[in-house]
Ligand binder design. Sequence first.
Ligand SMILES: [Fe+2]
Ligand SMILES: [Fe+2]
Length: 483
Amino acid sequence: MPETTHVDYSTKIPNNVGLMDDQRVLKALEQWHPGYIDWWNTMGPDGFQTSDVYLRTAVSIDPKGWAKFDYVKMPEYRWGILLAPRMEGRQVNFGAHKGEAAWQEVPGEYRAMLRRLIVVQGDTEPASVEQQRFLGKTAPSLYDMRNLFQVNVEEGRHLWAMVYLLQKHFGRDGREEAGELLNRRSGDADKPRMLGAFNEETPDWLSFFMFTFFTDRDGKMQLESLAQSGFDPLSRTCRFMLTEEAHHMFVGETGVSRTAEATCAAMKAAGIEDPYDINAVRKLGVIDLPTMQKKANLHFSLSLDLFGSEVSTNAANYYNSGVKGRFQETRIEDDHVLTSDTYPVSKLVSGQIKMVDEPALTAINMRLRDDYVADCNKGVERWNKAIEKTGINFRFKLPHVAFHRHIGEFQNVKASPDGQVLSEAEWAKKRDAWLPSKADGDFIQSLMQPCWERGKFSSWIAPPKVGVDNKGGDFEYVKIHQG
Ligand SMILES: [Fe+2]
Ligand SMILES: [Fe+2]
């Protein structure tokens, strides 16, 4: 069957890439499949593999009508290979090959580069499932539990998406890499996942919401720039993944917002005006806003590290070669070659944070990070609007990009959330005011009690404005059969 917008579900591996006519790849994927199911059963959502979850499955890649909702046991979810439709006459839109026809096969000279990009992207997908695997047990509602599992199965599908590219286009080493993607484990001392933020714990639901807001948004930016790739199959894969990614960030943004809403409502009801009266607020069974800010500080800074060094010859090579572009590349008004442009980069210059013009090609990571920060800020603004409506005087604010960094220009300095460079001693004194402390974690943990009754929500989180698939908040989003 040729490539269509319709997804073929008659095969074991649903797809719209004509897998039936590609016996070599079909076989390779069928061989990989049992290992994947094994990984899902051991590393996927712990304790809920036999529950019936109200999930959406893609039945078409038409952006408007692809989701079909039904109860599914997660190990039976129809993971598949879905690519956005081919655009006739698509070209390489940037770099040294600008204007050439987009590549349908991997160019030999860029094989290693492309493989690396696909493997790194692929590695993040199962990592987040591993990080989130115990959260079902403390879900604050069936609605939230369902959203968690939806994110999880879709990250699983994103792994399939990258594994398809490896199996289809990278021969034997592609097969080996596909196997390795099932062998690494988030946080493992010997076989960790490839990127720092994906080896951190996601110990509670507020972390989960911050993770999906900040770290899935990094995923969005990476997918956006890979969707620009001159290697057309990668572009088409990422374009479809982005339609799923939007839901993950929705879960994060509304999760944080609903948490803040519950806090503000409880404060109002108890007549507490001061958001910094932490002990009084915590007694109400909600998470105080300053602690939420600390969580945001942590997840934002960890996510910034995912953009790599501000100035990077790798990034320049990716761009120049046409394999990875900028956010919304084709909408930017410049020559898309960048050999004579500069871009302002925030750098540490003799102990001071300054903006320095660098060649635009080597500053590609910085530019993507700037676009990311702007995107984050829009969401933070929406949080603040919601708080403002309640009359509580508090605003969330993203910390300075130099705050709490482990990669790039600021990895060797300590900086405050305002971007002031500090001594080690000053940092040590203030650290717990800016990042979650052990006591903060313990307090949040104490609120993480399961709330699985239909239509009920934990005290610390407000119900959603609307449910999933036009269902109400009291819909039975998960029929729990623990096992
Ligand atoms: Fe993903
Ligand atoms: Fe995601």
